[in-house]
Design a protein around this ligand. Structure first.
Ligand SMILES: C[S@@+](CC[C@H](N)C(=O)[O-])C[C@H]1O[C@@H](n2cnc3c(N)ncnc32)[C@H](O)[C@@H]1O
Length: 285
């Protein structure tokens, strides 16, 4: 897959696709980069652990000043999670859908995966996207059925108007037996309102207006446009109703303990999970 040029615009999304029906799996050995990682190489996380959660929390708090450090750490952590539920990603095909500027894709590549970034928004891609990044919408990926060993989507589901269709597309491109990693911040999470959290508990419009008053700038997210109220209970019911995936784990992505227990408690889970991580396995045909 080479870099592609956007050809058509609708709304703020640029949809473009190269390839890829009939795309075959890469034959060459991936390049495994064993160079030191750019951020905090000393930390070896055990997930869950208090130390890990604190490190992630500190990184989040520094996100504005040190986005590189924050997202590199988050990417390492997420790929650790994928490997913990599956196996080493080296040599495997990974699609990172809605991957923003590509920190996760780069981390998968550092570990030897054939990782591809699919991102619809040029602004999110930034100035230095990973080589071969594809400008494409997650609702309609330019990929043949079942090409991916791992379909990966971090914090995208709450940004799409139709999460079920988005999820179906991730499932479609995953091979039978492959792994699907989906995480999202649910609406009633303390971080549900994103940059205007936790004031979203008092209403999205009010929270957005407050953000503008406090910072003097417009918030990035508008409810109903690029942020949608996704709930854990509804999402779990929808996923359980599917016959093409089974849930390997439904857990809090960042919590230091009771990661699966918290998701089993209706109502409480909506407030306490913070960010739901779904690990799904694509069923055999
Ligand atoms: C909060 S960012 C997450 C970026 C990255 N995955 C991460 O975890 O840091 C949400 C991303 O979802 C992307 N997105 C929004 N709608 C999308 C769609 N329909 N298909 C694929 N990506 C989408 C946005 O462009 C943005 O890059």
């Amino acid at each position: 897959m080479g870099a592609v040029t956007p050809k058509r615009r609708f709304g703020r999304v640029v949809a473009r696709v190269p390839v890829v029906r009939g795309w075959s799996r890469p034959a060459a050995e991936p390049h495994i980069d064993t160079a030191p990682r750019p951020y905090d190489t000393r930390v070896s996380f055990k997930d869950p652990s208090l130390r890990r959660s604190l490190s992630l929390f500190r990184a989040f708090m520094r996100e504005q000043d040190d986005p590189e450090g924050c997202y590199s750490l988050l990417a390492r952590d997420a790929v650790d999670q994928v490997e913990a539920y599956d196996r080493a990603v080296a040599g495997r095909v990974v699609v990172d859908v809605g991957g923003g500027s590509g920190y996760f894709t780069e981390e998968f590549r550092r570990r030897g995966a054939f990782a591809y970034l699919f991102e619809p928004d040029l602004r999110e891609l930034g100035k230095k996207p990973p080589d071969g990044a594809v400008i494409a919408d997650g609702y309609l990926l330019p990929l043949a059925d079942g090409v991916a060993d791992v379909a990966f989507s971090s914090n995208v589901l709450e940004h799409v108007a139709d999460p079920q269709t988005f999820l179906s597309e991730l499932v479609r491109v995953t091979r039978p037996g492959g792994l699907i990693y989906v995480s999202f911040t649910n609406w009633l999470s303390p971080w549900g309102g994103h940059e205007w959290a936790p004031w979203h508990y008092f209403g999205a419009e009010r929270a957005r207006a407050r953000y503008r008053r406090r910072t003097g700038k417009d918030a990035k997210h508008t409810l109903g446009e690029n942020l949608f109220p996704v709930h854990i209970g509804t999402t779990l019911r929808q996923v359980r109703a599917r016959d093409d995936v089974r849930i390997v784990s439904a857990r809090s992505r960042y919590w230091p303990f009771l990661t699966e227990a918290v998701v089993k408690a209706p109502v409480l889970r909506e407030f306490a999970t913070w960010n739901l991580l779904l690990i799904l396995r694509r069923c055999p045909e």
